[in-house]
Write a protein that binds this ligand. Sequence first.
Ligand code: 5AD
Ligand code: SF4
Length: 442
Amino acid sequence: MKYNDTYKILTYGCQMNESDSARMSMQLESIGYKAVDSLTDAAIILINTCCVRESAENKIYGKIGEIKHLKQQNPSLIFGVVGCMAQKNGEQLFHRAPHIDFVLGTNKIHELNNVINEIKHSGHHLTDLAPADGGVPQEVLPPSNNNFSVWVPIMYGCNNFCTYCIVPYVRGREHSRSLQSILTEVTNYAKNGVREITLLGQNVNSYGKDLPDTNFAKLLYELDKITGIERIRYMTSHPRDLNDEVINVIKNGRHICTHFHLPVQHGSDRILKAMNRGYTTTEYKTLIKKVRSAVPGCSLTTDIIVGFPGETDEDFMSMLNFLREIRYDAAYTFLYSQRSGTPAAAMAEQVPENIKKKRLKQLMDLQNSISLDINKTFLGKTVDVMVEGPSRTDVQVYTGRTSNNKIILWKKSGNEKPGDIVTIKITHPQTWVLKGDAQYAK
Ligand code: 5AD
Ligand code: SF4
């Protein structure tokens, strides 16, 4: 090992984990650590974990295993496992992988530097987990090396207990950050040149339910007034909690993006009930009508789980018909994964893997054709795009997103830079991206 003041964080899972990792980086940097790209150059390695599906956990166990030889080569390497899987599996992780130095739970990331200090002095394994339902995450320094776009956690945890989902068990109950601390954080970002924020929470529409006198609508309204912030995004919304007040603020907002991500999870009422989602397909459709008429031109995306226990061919057909009727811009589709400890894991009639996979393919094919059809309607139109930067495959091809979250690719035309808004004329719409020509840089 060449250095003793370097770190590398590997992040799995959702945007909340990305945001937690950025905040952990900030803590390490406040005591003099520097980020490195390669694991072999790192004096501290952290894996920020996800356990929402078994496939994520398996991948992470593989990565944990790979780090064993680095620890053998360099016994002073400090290796921590943090986040959801750490919270779920706790001490068991040491049995499975004794080369882990510490395990830090989801509501304890503010303790990172203390834990590292303790490991350095004691050299012992250490576990720090608040009970998932008791831990209130503490305020952690927000990242300072501002990009044009940042994640802003506004609330942690979830009270919904959908029967398939492990999140409430590992992230605990809902806790909102104070309105003032979010506004101060975003105002500072804006002063430093941030142009886009994405508010994060498992159920952002519940924001403020645990605080006096505030709610998600109020938060959006206040954030919309901050000079410099051109785009406000948020995820994820629970369809049951998206109320008229929020829709109105979005409708009248200046910078609130016209993209609704409203996970439906299934299109059969029987399955929705078994999932404990708290709405019927009819109620969901009414909500979509309301949203689409309040915010014309908005885009709509969703999450869908295929193969929930007891899902019959008929339920699956209802799902396909539901997709045909709603016509989402895009859907994130998942094979149901049995998570032990959740009610659905104990349900009889688990759907065989081969049937799940066949259904998933059918569903994705249908959704892809709908996405393509919708994107084709953009042919010849011009759209305003916030520049993200060069695409992964070609530095001359730039990428960015519209307010309604379409991914746009174009040949760099001038000196556009991340955070600028440029106008692009769409020439080649595809299923996942729309290609076009820059008209001029604003
Ligand atoms: N199996 C498959 N997908 C799941 N999700 C949550 N739990 C499970 C599970 N056990 C999906 C839901 C959620 C998204 C983030 O992950 O669709 O909206
Ligand atoms: Fe999981 Fe349901 Fe909470 Fe989303 S709303 S995090 S799916 S329990």
